[in-house]
Design a protein around this ligand. Sequence first.
Ligand SMILES: [Fe+2]
Ligand SMILES: [Fe+2]
Length: 313
Amino acid sequence: MRQWGPKQWSDMEAFEAFLDDGGMVEPADDMPEEYRTAVFRFIELHANSEYMGGLCERDWIPRAPGLDRKLGQLAKTQDEIGHAHLLYMVGADLGLKSREQMLEDLFAGRTKFHNVFHYATPTWADQVSIAFLVDAAALASQQAVFKDCSYGPYKRILRRIITEEGFHMRQGEEMLLCLAEGTPRQHDLFQEALGRWWLPALQLFGPPSRPNDVLLRWHIKSERNEVLRDRFVQKFAPMLTGYGFELPDPVARCEEGTGRWELDDIDWAPLLATFENKGPDSARRLQTASGAWHDTAWVRTALDTAAAREAAA
Ligand SMILES: [Fe+2]
Ligand SMILES: [Fe+2]
């Protein structure tokens, strides 16, 4: 029977049975605090990562080669910052932190953002690697969340984000093809960048999921990290080698007979360093992000003042 108004559950067992049955949780529902915290942390990490990713795209607007590529960077920056805005709003609605608190915690290093945005992008080919590999990995993760997400507002926002990420991935493929089929120097440029981005892209999925991961149990995620990573390898290893690139460490090799690509052991130390904001470019990126937020305080003040005046009129 359809239940109207905020939902309530007698205990965790009843709540988990509701989730297993495909039930959706809404912000006004009387959800267990453990669930509220888990879903909030997950959304906050996603929001922070979109924000940091957007700034990474912004860095390349003036440096992208040619007007078309600059326009592409501009549009993608707008998309990523828009994703961050949407996610910060969904996060704030859970009532644990305001958007301002989430941003201050990010700048102070109290919360995390995805590993891939802790690295520098010294050449245009690094930016192409992000669009081709990182956007694709992010899209795969988000699709897996969307498929079975039990938190209503997050699932609805993901539908829009995923649509735009699909464009980013296609744009990445087109840019990669230009380099793959371009001059030997362009080919080499991407090969060098691949050496810097293959491992971070594989680690974007996170370390192997714990057996009792509550994100899986409460249908916030639907796939284990290692399953998503393997699916990514099966798709991207043949594509990259097909374009004539060599896979760097950890190398994936195609097994004769099965046709499966088996990945060498992964060195997790670089991922763990990013968890502590000790990645190769973490400090500069956080400083830039904090500067961008504080430098634009006047815009927010002006908008708030105008809205208050309009309301008072
Ligand atoms: Fe995004
Ligand atoms: Fe994206």
